[in-house]
Design a protein around this ligand. Sequence first.
Ligand SMILES: O=C(O)/C=C/c1cccc(O)c1O
Ligand SMILES: [Fe+2]
Length: 312
Amino acid sequence: MPAAAVGLSHSPLIGKNDPEPEVLARVDRAVDTARTFIRAFEPDLVVLYAPDHYNGFFYKEMPPFCLATEAHAVGDFGTAAGPLSVDTAAARALAQGALDRGIDLTVSARMTVDHGFAQPLEVLFGGIDQVPVVPVFVNGVATPLGPVSRIRALGSAIGQAAARLDRRVLFLASGGLSHDPPVPVLDGAPPRVADALIEGHPPTPEQRAKGEHRVVQAGRDYAAGSSAMIPINPAWDNRLLDHLEQGELAEFDSWTVDAMAKEAGGSAHEVRTWIAAFASLAATGPYEMTSRFYEAIPAWIAGFAVVTAEGR
Ligand SMILES: O=C(O)/C=C/c1cccc(O)c1O
Ligand SMILES: [Fe+2]
């Protein structure tokens, strides 16, 4: 089966708190490379692995991962709101395939997603409804988190199931790499915040605007060096990319949740989406990384990477 993978960091601060024009130009070139790669590959199905930031998944029930047979985006940080063009038949087939392979997969028939899903679809395809997609939520912020080996197993099972679909499948990862944005934490949260993280009351437009302004301000403080957030860790990020490039995916099984958070920040767990996507690609056969871009971009609170890979 023809298969490919693209990894793309997301940041809600893109366009709101941009770095110097030279940095932007380098990112634009890397994103253009990824777009050209995707055009040449001509996928007819995208399996999109992305996290959520307390817009769709809450502690009332927080699965480690969840596959959607239908999904709609909330439209946070200026991303598009509305339905994603989910390929429901393919989603059901992949869900069954993952369950058949021993993955205890949660399925959602009405998933709510945020910029983690919407941004890569907008950036790479021009909209959230432009390509048949199977959205797979991978928890990358809400602790407790399970071992990384289970994410690799998830990716591998979905990749094996996708190989039986007779489709041109692009596995797309959204998130990471090292970063420590001010995403709320349940442990120690004041009762009002804890209640929102557990129940998930939809914020009023004023509450959403206030929360988004807080993140933009955090990006400004981070870029100015006046922040207590864990710094972006280029060495850690490049180690991750090296393992992905070399196909050394089993290396991630020894990465612990605690060490990842300490070395690379509270949202570094978003790299689980990258590990899932590359495990899916690897499950279809040997692959080659065809382009690799990385830059630490504090203004976006992101160890920012864009990578393409294709089955040999
Ligand atoms: O507050 C949020 O919803 C998310 C913030 C954020 C900031 C920077 C990089 C990311 O991946 C984020 O999700
Ligand atoms: Fe994120």
